[in-house]
Design a protein around this ligand. Structure first.
Ligand SMILES: *Cc1c(COP(=O)(O)O)cnc(C)c1O
Length: 230
């Protein structure tokens, strides 16, 4: 049987992750590949799952809910990675395992209040605006410590770490500087907040630099599913 492009791409991607881990003397098993499936179909996700991926990231709530319903038979972990609007928090808190993009206390409070009782705590990363562009979402590095303290105290959330989407650059040294600053921000929080173990950083174009700087979750769309504007 001919292998699908998704299966081939996934095999190549996992090899990239393995090589990058080796170069930095890290364990491949310490790096989660989060398949970013926004704009992809449930069929695409099934193929990626057959190729060995089981964690999927979505940015658009309505689109995600439809695919989740179609894929209920698969043992998938769902991560919300897009901007979180207040009127979407209940549904996100009910249907997702992780949220990577919390950048305001108000949103965190709502997610905690609305996380259903019977479920495990919602796993949360704070999105940090490390490139300092005013148009980008994410808490500023200055405001991060206060937000982290507040979120760590919410009962139905578990604060796991930080996420960033640095400004795109082809310059490897520049990529590494941005990822290093997120790693240092996490390091600075660790003495006062327990349980921080996650750096959600690195995408298709810069995952090598992210892994070299300690990424524990790479969020990869294009390198698995192909270009989004097919
Ligand atoms: C779309 C998206 C990605 C994946 O980007 P690729 O370049 O396709 O790998 C990662 N993270 C976030 C937050 C995204 O929105």
């Amino acid at each position: 049987m001919k292998r699908s492009p998704i299966a081939d791409n996934t095999a190549k991607l996992l090899q990239r992750v393995r090589l990058s881990a080796e170069k930095s003397q890290r364990q491949t098993s310490d790096i989660v590949v989060l398949a970013v499936s926004k704009t992809r179909t449930a069929v695409d996700i099934r193929e990626a799952c057959a190729a060995g991926l089981n964690q999927f990231g979505e940015s658009y709530l309505q689109e995600a809910l439809g695919k989740m319903a179609e894929l209920e038979d698969l043992p998938l972990t769902w991560h919300f990675i897009g901007p979180v609007q207040s009127n979407k928090t209940r549904s996100i808190a009910t249907h997702f395992d992780w949220v990577h993009s919390v950048d305001r206390e108000k949103i965190a409070r709502r997610l905690s209040e609305q996380r259903p009782e019977g479920m495990a705590p919602l796993q949360v990363c704070l999105q940090v605006n490390i490139s300092g562009e005013s148009s980008k979402s994410g808490v500023s590095p200055d405001e991060l410590p206060d937000l982290a303290r507040a979120v760590a105290g919410l009962p139905r959330l578990r604060l796991r770490g930080l996420m960033a989407i640095p400004a795109a650059t082809g310059d490897i040294a520049g990529q590494r500087r941005a990822f290093a600053s997120l790693r240092q921000a996490l390091q600075a929080l660790k003495p006062t907040i327990a349980g921080l173990d996650t750096l959600s950083m690195g995408m298709s174009a810069d995952l090598e630099a992210a892994i070299a700087e300690g990424s524990t979750i790479v969020r990869v769309g294009t390198a698995i599913f192909g270009s989004r504007d097919r």
